[in-house]
Design a binder for this molecule. Structure first.
Ligand code: AMP
Ligand code: MN
Ligand code: MN
Ligand code: MN
Length: 283
């Protein structure tokens, strides 16, 4: 086992989490996290705050983000860790990735209006701490508030997913570009929660192969999104593809997330922890 309590995946109000970077840093420390990264969706606007807050907590910190990518007809997430926050290539790439979100959100609201749910755009925007980053999570919170659903899991069964009202297909970054932005910024690219995509074996093989070919170096094995059986599956794939392994809760909110910061099993011992590749990038 690698018994470092690293949590290298979570979200703040800068994307779709409900806590500020400062409160997350305190919570991570309290939870026993020993190496932390804030990985807001398509945004690094919270990195300076997270870094200062982590330093105040004497909590070692790696820079982070989670980039939305379109691959084989699905949305895949690529986490970047340990990059240079001043990188123009990364900043430009993320700005471009964020740019379609507002239009998409208006189209989502138009669809919801057609099934009788009014003013969802305004309702979702109220929950968005960063108006540049309106996401399905903010719509989910609005739909719960409006009494349409009991909780966010119910929202993601009945709305906002393919084939249901409020789903708008979207073209995100390419896998090649997302990995390149991270690598050119001195970071390490990580396939986030591969167990969540519902790919066939062939599609998954293609994802790992193309990711690796473009310079990707790691995969999340122990994550709040995986079952224990998936820890085993993705530990094997990490070995097969020569990838390092990451560990992260994907914590969004005390009310919504079932895995708290740092509250995860250890990374299996036969894997190379991604933090072994990033020792020189720790703040
Ligand atoms: P977006 O980037 O706007 O497509 O929103 C994606 C976000 O929605 C994810 O990062 C999750 O936070 C949330 N999400 C997606 N699927 C689910 C689900 N089944 N249950 C809860 N949250 C989900
Ligand atoms: Mn999210
Ligand atoms: Mn994700
Ligand atoms: Mn995430």
């Amino acid at each position: 086992m690698s018994t470092l309590n690293a949590d290298l995946h979570c979200h703040s109000v800068i994307s779709d989490g409900t806590l500020t970077p400062e409160v997350l840093a305190e919570r991570a420390k309290r939870q026993g996290v020993e190496l932390w990264a804030l990985t807001d969706h398509d945004e690094i606007g919270g990195q300076a705050r997270a870094m200062v807050a982590a330093r105040q907590q004497q909590l070692p910190y790696l820079t982070g983000t989670e980039i939305s990518v379109s691959f084989a007809g699905k949305t895949v997430h690529i986490v970047g860790l340990g990059f240079d926050v001043d990188s123009e290539v990364l900043r430009g790439g993320l700005a471009q990735t964020r740019s379609g979100r507002d239009q998409r959100a208006q189209e989502m609201a138009d669809q919801l209006a057609r099934v009788g749910i009014r003013d969802a755009y305004e309702g979702a925007l109220k929950y968005a701490g960063n108006p540049d980053l309106i996401s399905r999570t903010h719509f989910a919170r609005f739909l719960v508030e409006a009494g349409v659903c009991h909780d966010t899991p119910e929202v993601f069964r009945r709305y906002l997913i393919e084939g249901k009202p409020g789903f708008v297909p979207h073209r995100w970054a390419s896998l090649k570009d997302a990995v390149r932005w991270i690598v050119e910024s001195q970071g390490v690219a990580v396939i986030a929660h591969p167990g969540r995509y519902g790919f066939t074996d062939n599609e998954e093989f293609a994802l790992f192969s193309v990711f690796k070919a473009h310079g990707g170096q790691a995969v999340e094995v122990v994550t709040g999104s995986h079952s224990p059986a998936e820890y085993v599956t993705y530990a094997s794939l990490a070995i097969e593809f020569g990838l390092a392994a990451s560990r992260g809760s994907d914590f969004h909110s005390p009310q919504e997330s079932h895995t708290d910061l740092g509250a995860l099993p250890w990374l299996p011992g036969h894997l190379t922890p991604v933090w072994d590749l990033l020792a020189h990038r720790v703040h």
